[in-house]
Design a protein around this ligand. Structure first.
Ligand SMILES: Cc1ncc(COP(=O)(O)O)c(C=O)c1O
Length: 397
């Protein structure tokens, strides 16, 4: 067996199940789960209709590269959304469809990391767990960069030693961040692109929460936008990951894309051809219609805005909690240990939240998830409000 499998850590939800084992929550309070980041707003009907209309497509093998129409819809969306220079995203060279960003974020490390060196992948801390597993199974070692309240929840890149940048082959970014919701400023992205040139590494920017933000007029910036702003419209060393899961409430569709540096994507396409991860034709057709529509995305944002407003009204007086710039998580500070807080909340109020320390590792002598919990505001607004009231009740007695 591959010995690197033993380097994988238990997934946070396994640890959460362990934490809750044997605890009996009050029977008269229905369970409200805020632990899993699974979008639960209704999926737009037209996406399902497109799937049905194109089901006959299953009679043919799809191409790894996806259809020209899908890649063009993605290129158009990306160009408009991030104000990229006209025609700088060539649908034939700069875009590949993926079956959700999870598999792509994992596969990307297998494609990028050269196993013959003492390679490092640099990751934010806390982080989406796939980055770590991808890095370990690619034969590299993760180097964690803490994101704390002191750094405005942006990874503390200034504190990364030069010896680490020299060994870095792949830098994962998550912007807007899971779980913090922080958006990495364009100046930081520019500086990271400079470091990627200097030390010869690739940047993988996971931007799957980029469409869930507060104000319709100020969308989060992205890595390709930063690159274009520097005049690098070949997007050298930069690859972004986008998904329909959160943007369009279709996590079960398994549809996203990667875009950026054409020479990297050519190699990634080769990798994917062998890996065998093609997108079903009906998923491709449905994805075209989703990327070409913004109305449902605006409506989705409003639903989250209403929830943040209502929930923060209830929680702010009793918890240190900030409204995130983007995404659908709250990342409040807990009065004591985060695991105890999560267990007590479940035991007393039948509400499940995820302990922050399950999402991060000890680095530089701290675990930045310690004394924080992640609350996903994905449940219906009534449930989010009820869960917040119960949490408040637990804290105020
Ligand atoms: C930061 C982050 N990246 C990627 C994903 C994967 O999303 P999907 O595979 O549905 O595109 C998630 C899902 O929760 C996530 O939180």
């Amino acid at each position: 067996m591959n010995p690197d499998l033993d380097r994988l850590q238990p997934y946070p939800f396994e640890r959460l199940a362990e934490l809750k084992r044997g605890v009996l929550p009050p029977r008269d309070l229905p369970h409200i789960p805020l632990s899993i980041g699974e979008p639960r707003h209704p999926a737009p009907g037209f996406i399902a209709e497109e799937i049905i209309r194109h089901l006959h497509g299953m009679a043919a093998y799809p191409k790894t590269k996806g259809s020209t129409e899908l890649r063009q819809a993605i290129a158009d969306w990306l160009t408009a959304r991030f104000s990229l220079p006209e025609a700088s995203i060539d649908a034939d060279q700069h875009v590949l469809p993926v079956n959700g960003t999870r598999e792509a974020l994992f596969a990307f490390a297998q494609c990028i990391v050269a196993r013959d060196t003492d390679s490092l992948c640099v990751l934010p801390n806390p982080f989406y767990q796939i980055y770590e597993g991808a890095c370990l199974l690619a034969g590299a070692t993760p180097w964690f960069v803490n994101t704390t309240v002191e750094t405005g929840f942006i990874p503390d890149f200034e504190g990364v030693p030069e010896s680490v940048w020299r060994r870095c082959q792949l830098l994962y970014l998550c912007t807007p961040g899971n779980p913090t919701g922080a958006v990495i400023p364009v100046e930081t992205l520019e500086r990271l692109i400079g470091l990627a040139d200097q030390y010869d590494f690739v940047i993988a920017s996971d931007e799957c929460y980029s469409e869930i933000y507060q104000n319709d007029t100020s969308p989060p910036t992205g890595l390709l936008e930063a690159a274009a702003g520097m005049g690098r419209d070949d997007y050298q060393r930069c690859v972004v990951f986008h998904s329909l899961s959160k943007r369009s409430n279709v996590p079960g569709l398994r549809s996203g894309f990667v875009a950026g540096d054409a020479s990297i994507l050519r190699r990634f396409l080769l990798y994917r051809t062998y890996h065998g991860c093609t997108m079903p034709p009906h998923t491709q057709a449905a994805s075209i219609s989703a990327w070409r529509d913004e109305e449902h995305v605006r409506k989705n944002r409003r639903l989250y805005e209403d929830k943040f407003e209502a929930v923060l009204d209830i929680l702010s007086p009793v918890l240190h909690v900030q409204r995130p710039q983007a995404g659908f998580y709250l990342w409040p500070e807990t009065p004591g240990d985060d695991r105890e807080f999560a267990r007590d909340l479940y035991a007393e109020q039948n509400v499940t939240v995820l302990p922050g320390s399950y999402l991060s590792r000890d680095a530089d002598g701290v675990n930045p998830g310690h004394k924080r919990v992640r609350m996903a505001l994905v449940a219906p607004i009534e449930d989010c409000i009820e869960a917040s009231r119960r949490l408040r009740r637990m804290l105020t007695g």
